[in-house]
Write a protein that binds this ligand. Structure first.
Ligand code: MRU
Length: 350
């Protein structure tokens, strides 16, 4: 996608160095970060400099390739195994991370060069899958629609194009009038900071919606369609996505609003029987207690926004049961969120 007219991907690798858009600084500062080693890439994932299911999948694959290049000839396999566990411990919920690590680890057993090749292939596939999701999803978007989305599942969350936002970008570029309500998505405000910034870059009309305003807007008949992303899809169609998704899905069902999830097959976990088995990341309470933003002179400042001394519970994701989901938009088509459809999808050739 373009930033001020220049095309960028969210994360890429040149030689054995990984480059990425530093997402924690957006929308106030646009900066490219660098991760020269596997340890640096793990740090970028853990601290959410790179975040979003597809983007962390891509950098996790690159990290595995970096580990293969760093590994000594004697003890090569042991070093690969240590790296596999290390990368896998950075963030638990997004399936894409484990999908990439497993695939690049298998390639690394051949040679470091094969690991790099596989990591680059997976990153390129993440971008092309997003494009296909955009095409299939575009069929659901009618001229004049008001669409709500939660968190950021745009191009910043993937290597390019995004998932939930890809149909919107495509519809907009093909002349359909669409208006987007971007949920702010507390506590890290990926919607208010990242989705809103992306939509503005692309010239898509939008507004930021407080997290607790979605049901009200739906009750007024102001939302025609809801599209969200996913961090993991279980084998029965239950979906883990950013915290707050479940409430929107329940409200959408109540008001008869189609609720779609957009996700590539790399987000599906055939070994996870249902949503109860999806590991949900719990993050630091400080993300709830404090907010960060620029001062008038442009310095980033963190301020306490809650009652001093109170604690906070901070689950990063929730699970939406399949019964609340109208369909899942994948790179191979739109499917029903049920076991037979998911089995059929995952058994198709790539
Ligand atoms: O915690 P994050 O910012 O890495 O969250 C992941 C997500 O981007 C969202 O849950 C998104 O809606 C899923 S699609 C990338």
């Amino acid at each position: 996608m373009k930033v001020d007219g220049v095309h960028y991907q969210t994360v890429w690798m040149e030689g054995t160095t990984v480059f990425f858009i530093e997402q924690n600084l957006l929308p106030f500062q646009f900066k490219i970060g660098e991760a020269a080693t596997c340890a640096d890439s793990c740090h970028a994932i853990r601290t959410m400099m790179v975040r979003g299911a597809g983007a962390i999948g891509a950098i996790a694959g690159f990290a595995m390739a970096q580990a293969a290049h760093e590994a000594p000839v004697s003890g090569y396999h042991a070093a690969l195994e240590t790296a596999r566990l290390r990368i896998g411990s950075t963030r638990p919920t997004a399936r894409n991370l484990f999908h990439a690590v497993e695939k690049v680890h298998a390639a690394a057993l051949g040679s470091p060069a094969e690991a790099s090749e596989e990591a680059l292939r997976l990153a390129a596939k993440d971008a092309s899958d997003s494009l296909s999701i955009g095409e299939f999803g575009n069929a659901l978007v009618c001229d004049g629609m008001n669409i709500e989305t939660h968190c950021n599942a745009g191009w910043l969350a993937f290597v390019d194009y995004g998932t939930a936002l890809a149909p919107i970008y495509l519809a907009h570029s093909r002349g359909k009038k669409v208006f987007v309500y971007a949920d702010e998505t507390r506590p890290r405000s990926q919607g208010a900071r990242l989705t809103a910034w992306e939509l503005r870059q692309a010239g898509v009309p939008h507004t930021i919606l407080p997290d607790n305003a979605g049901a009200y807007l739906m009750s007024l008949g102001k939302i025609d369609l809801m599209i969200v992303g996913a961090d993991r899809v279980a084998a029965n169609g239950d979906v883990a996505n950013k915290i707050g998704t479940l409430e929107k899905a329940i409200a959408a069902k109540e008001y008869g609003i189609p609720f779609y999830v957009a996700a590539p097959t790399s987000t599906f976990d055939r070994d996870c029987p249902d949503g109860k088995h999806i590991p949900i990341e719990e993050r630091d309470a400080d993300e709830v207690l404090y907010q960060e933003g620029p001062t008038r002179d442009g310095r980033m400042e963190r301020i306490l926004v809650c009652s001093p001394g109170s604690s906070a519970f901070n689950p990063a994701f929730d699970v939406t049961p399949a019964k609340f989901i109208t369909g899942i938009i994948t790179e191979k088509g739109i499917i029903s969120p049920d076991r037979p459809s998911i089995r059929q999808l995952l058994n198709q050739n790539p």
